[in-house]
Design a protein around this ligand. Structure first.
Ligand code: NAD
Ligand SMILES: O=C(O)C(=O)C[C@@H](O)[C@H](O)[C@H](O)COP(=O)(O)O
Ligand code: ZN
Length: 376
């Protein structure tokens, strides 16, 4: 049996462990059982996971004596919707559910966010467990308790803070993850370096190519460092009173791009975040906060990895099939949850590893930056 790394998200009576290792899905029943209120679970997953990893999870739950059933949803961002939330809740209630039943999210961020929100509101609150299967979900979405859905008006505009009881990050599942999805998750890994860990960013510049190519030790190290970074921030600021907003680096831009792209798969979250981080660094340079060389390093690394670094790579071309304009993107940004008294709070940087929050940003600057990127 291989070793399991355990990190704690220290949140008092809502504290929980993140377990990182190989073969965790096969052992899930035994690992989950101690945190269950009663031995009954409903697994929520998507059709790709149902084909590839659900059977192993179900077998493990059966072996551990946990009664279970599974709900399988369509894969993709469009599933994070009111319609699918209603469907999940209806199927939970239809099949019979009690307050002691635990939901188990087997999937990427879409399944994790939706299942967590369903858990938060069904019977006024069920426990849930995260089994993240994408790199993005392992390093970011499964940790910290942000749950929710998208609306036609924007990303994640309906949701709740609801912490999981346990996170099981099985490194083996990354073997079946499509490369585009792996890369998208890598953008959120890079984010931790850019926020407050310049040594990690330098490590990624050096090791990123091998990690992306499939080196398992490097992948595990990156998941561990990322989860430690996120757990540390969440423990200090669970509900985003301040510090936690740094985890939104690249997201004010990125969420606007996702909303404009329509959640259809033409642009996925991590890709939008990669481009958003490039733009946040460019804005930081424009405003005189950040040395141009640091922004150049960010752009160069993400580009070398194959992530989008200009709006021309995603908007108004074959991927989305639509022409974009800066005014519409700014109007999306005005619905960001960090808007306060009509002003957007941006996550900017004084350099790599030196992110900070800034409210005093003229929208004309943002508009000009978007126009430049649209014409690049
Ligand atoms: N709650 C948070 O803190 C948080 C943080 C970051 C992102 N998010 C959200 O996460 C979502 C994106 O999550 P994602 O990037 O994981 O996308 P996703 O959940 O859509 O998964 C990506 C695709 O990969 C497939 N897949 C997943 N695991 C697989 C595996 N092991 N093998 C083969 N295929 C697999 C899925 O079926 C899907 O088609 C966005 O909605 C974003 O807003 C939330
Ligand atoms: O956990 C957080 O806090 C984050 O901001 C992590 C982000 O990567 C994630 O995309 C999150 O869902 C964004 O949250 P939102 O509140 O801006 O919708
Ligand atoms: Zn994100």
């Amino acid at each position: 049996m291989t070793t399991i790394d355990t990190l704690e998200v220290s949140l008092g009576d809502r504290a929980y462990d993140i377990k990182i290792g190989s073969g965790l899905i096969a052992q899930a029943g035994g690992l989950i059982k101690p945190v269950l209120r009663q031995p009954s679970a409903v697994v929520v997953t998507d059709e790709n996971l149902a084909a590839q990893h659900l059977p192993a999870l179900e077998a493990s739950l059966t072996d551990a004596g946990i009664a279970h059933r599974s709900l399988v949803l369509p894969a993709g961002e469009a599933t994070k919707s009111f319609a699918k939330l209603e469907e999940v809740i209806d199927r939970l209630l239809e099949g019979g559910i009690e307050r002691g039943t635990t939901l188990v999210a087997l999937g990427g961020g879409v399944i994790g966010d939706l299942t967590g929100f369903a858990a938060a509101v069904t019977l006024r609150g069920l426990d849930f467990i995260q089994i993240p299967t994408t790199l993005l979900a392992q390093v970011d979405s499964s940790v910290g308790g942000k749950t929710g859905i998208n609306t036609a008006r924007g990303k994640n505009l309906v949701g709740s803070f609801h912490q999981p009881r346990l996170v099981l990050a099985d490194m083996d599942v990354l073997e079946t993850l499509p490369q585009r999805e792996f890369l998208a998750g890598y953008a959120e890994v890079v984010k931790y370096g850019l926020i407050n860990d310049p040594v990690f960013f330098t490590w990624l510049e050096e090791k990123g190519p091998a990690l992306i190519a499939g080196d398992r030790d490097l992948r595990r190290e990156a998941v561990l460092v990322s989860c430690r970074a996120k757990a540390d921030i969440v423990a200090q600021d669970e509900r985003e009173a301040g510090l936690r907003a740094l985890l939104n680096l690249g997201h004010t831009f990125g969420h606007a791009f996702e909303a404009e792209a329509g959640y259809g798969g033409g642009l996925i979250h991590g890709e939008a975040v990669a481009l958003g981080m490039v733009m946040a660094f460019d804005l930081s340079v424009e405003m005189g906060f950040c040395p141009p060389d640091d922004a150049a390093r960010v752009r160069a690394h993400l580009q070398a990895c194959g992530l989008p670094v200009a709006l021309t790579a995603i908007g108004g071309n074959a991927r989305t099939g639509a022409g974009w304009n800066s005014a519409t993107l700014v109007s999306h940004m005005m619905r960001d949850k960090k808007v306060s008294e009509g002003r957007i709070t941006f996550v900017l940087a004084r350099g790599i590893g030196k992110a900070f929050l800034e409210r005093d940003v003229e929208l004309e600057r943002v508009d000009a930056l978007l126009k430049t990127s649209l014409a690049a």
